[in-house]
Design a binder for this molecule. Structure first.
Ligand code: F42
Length: 145
């Protein structure tokens, strides 16, 4: 069984601790924004470690849209590379945990529809995209049985 390595970003690790430690009954929003957050459990593609990545909740029916924004930083977040290497993740949405499979959405029409959903759920995504030349990757996480 691989070990869980917390994020070196303290506020992120703290949110995961609160969210998971409360079985999804506390720590469910982005600070005091009131906006819902999910936790994506993914596999470190270099260490093989368990990584837990909180992301804004963007629902597309039973699926989730995962936006590798990292605040509009010039490079993709590390978890992007994990998902590309191993698309099998678990998504915790409050008290529910779903085994899901992710795929990066490249096709322009599908990506546009999902991007609009994401910006509607969390408007800063648009500002992040405007402040970087990097095309912010969008994944869709779909149920896997
Ligand atoms: N980030 C987003 O990109 N989008 C969001 O919508 C979002 C929402 C959000 C809400 C609440 C919250 O608490 C955090 C939120 N974040 C959001 C931040 C997100 O959780 C991540 O912290 C952020 O995106 C940065 O992701 P990261 O994977 O780059 O994290 C860094 C800090 C990190 O964990 N680095 C580790 C380290 O030791 O430096 C390595 C992590 C890792 O996965 N390593 C891999 C391994 O094998 O273990 C190797 C990866 C590689 O290719 O090097």
């Amino acid at each position: 069984m691989s070990e869980y390595i917390p994020s070196p970003s303290q506020w992120v690790a703290d949110q995961v601790e609160l969210y998971e430690g409360s079985n999804g009954t506390d720590g469910l929003t982005l600070r005091d924004s009131g906006l819902p957050v999910i936790v994506v459990t993914n596999r470190g593609h270099k260490t093989g470690a368990i990584r837990k990545t909180p992301l804004m909740k963007v629902a597309d029916g039973p699926s989730y849209v995962l936006v590798a924004s990292q605040g509009g930083a010039p490079s993709h977040p590390k978890w992007y590379h994990n998902l590309k290497a191993d698309p099998n993740v678990e998504i915790r949405d409050a008290t529910d945990v779903f085994p899901m499979r992710v795929r990066e959405v490249i096709e322009p029409a599908e990506r546009g529809r999902l991007w609009d959903l994401a910006v509607a759920a969390y408007p800063p995504y648009q500002e992040y995209q405007e402040k970087t030349d990097r095309v912010i990757p969008v994944f869709i996480a779909e149920a896997r049985n």
